[in-house]
Design a protein around this ligand. Structure first.
Ligand SMILES: [Zn+2]
Length: 342
């Protein structure tokens, strides 16, 4: 058996818009993103790996919900978004461009420049002040992950923080304020991301949101039972609202208790196959969670991204299917959300 990657698969990979919908940035300091350094994602690795676009997140860790902590979380998110926007520059022979719309992401690919999509992870940064959502959007942010680990004023998380006094559930899903927050996300044109939320939160967000919800980084419960993964009924909701689940490269979401070294693109592709078999090709996508815990043996960093395409080609996915998985489905949701914004 010849396992050498087919040159056709590599060429196909290089031709696609390839959007990774969840990448963390170092904070408050880190290596220059235009040098090939210690991070799993930097501009040289994206170019080398044929990764044309990335959602870079302003991630805010959960803390106890005092007004002071919420103000600090908001200030951190704004500073991180400013930093992400500053990545739109030319340095070391590579050009990156901030691309807050689906059209701009596609134009960046045509122009041969890296596309940077700012996003925010953890509604804790909203505190109890809805006006902060427009402040994120003004800095180009395209999605808000409603929770991280721990409940916040918007919603219940799938991972309560007992150390912060969380009970199993606090709001029973979305709070009344959380419903207003979803409406405000719709109004400003930000996508509602339910990665990290409780199952009740996810279901209620799908009901309340006027636009499709997404999970930017989750996997499939039927293949790996984990609080961060989606059960079949949740996958069916994603399809019903025309959203998307972005399968992610966190080893413990792909195989129970697996270490990254033990996981391969075949495991990742199994989750893609499962979602596609259940939902069809239009509601499934790809993310890494690089620099936030995601990687495995043959997708160690952005430079390895073609390995995933090679595996999917081997499984019979054609160009049209790969276009949808590698970003087309997420771009479709982006456009719907852009058009629905007030
Ligand atoms: Zn996350």
């Amino acid at each position: 058996m010849n396992d050498a990657p087919s040159p056709d698969a590599i060429a196909l990979h290089q031709a696609l818009v390839t959007l990774d919908t969840h990448i963390d940035i170092p904070w408050p300091t880190g290596p220059d993103p235009f040098l090939d350094g210690s991070r799993k994602v930097d501009m040289p690795k994206m170019v080398r790996g044929g990764l044309s676009a990335g959602c870079f997140v302003a991630y805010v860790p959960q803390a106890s919900r005092t007004p002071g902590n919420e103000d600090a979380a908001f200030a951190r998110a704004i500073a991180m978004l400013d930093h992400i926007n500053a990545m739109g520059r030319t340095e070391n022979g590579i050009t990156a461009r901030v691309t807050p719309t689906a059209d701009a992401i596609e134009a960046a690919k045509r122009d041969g420049v890296v596309a940077i999509v700012p996003c925010v992870e953890n509604g804790f940064a909203v505190g109890t002040d809805l006006s902060r959502i427009a402040a994120f959007r003004a800095r180009g942010a395209r999605y808000l992950t409603l929770t991280h680990n721990g409940h916040n004023a918007i919603a219940d998380s799938c991972s309560p923080r007992r150390d912060l006094g969380d009970r199993e559930t606090e709001h029973g899903g979305l709070s009344a304020f959380g419903r207003q927050a979803v409406t405000e996300l719709n109004r400003v044109g930000m996508i509602v991301d339910v990665a990290h939320t409780s199952r009740d939160t996810m279901q209620q967000a799908a009901e309340v949101s006027r636009t499709p919800i997404v999970s930017t980084h989750s996997c499939i419960s039927a293949l790996c039972d984990h609080p961060r993964n989606m059960q079949d009924w949740q996958l069916d909701i994603i399809k019903a609202v025309k959203g998307v689940i972005q399968i992610t490269a966190v080893s413990a979401f792909l195989r129970p208790n697996a270490k990254p070294e033990a996981v391969t693109v075949a495991d990742f592709a199994d989750h893609v196959d499962y979602a596609v078999n259940r939902l069809g090709i239009d509601y499934v996508g790809i993310s890494s969670d690089f620099d936030g815990g995601g990687w495995f043996s043959d997708w160690r960093d952005a430079g390895d991204s073609a390995n995933l395409t090679v595996e999917l080609v081997r499984r019979g996915y054609d160009r049209g299917a790969l276009e949808k998985l590698w970003g087309g489905n997420f771009l479709r949701v982006m456009r719907v959300v852009e058009q629905a914004a007030a």
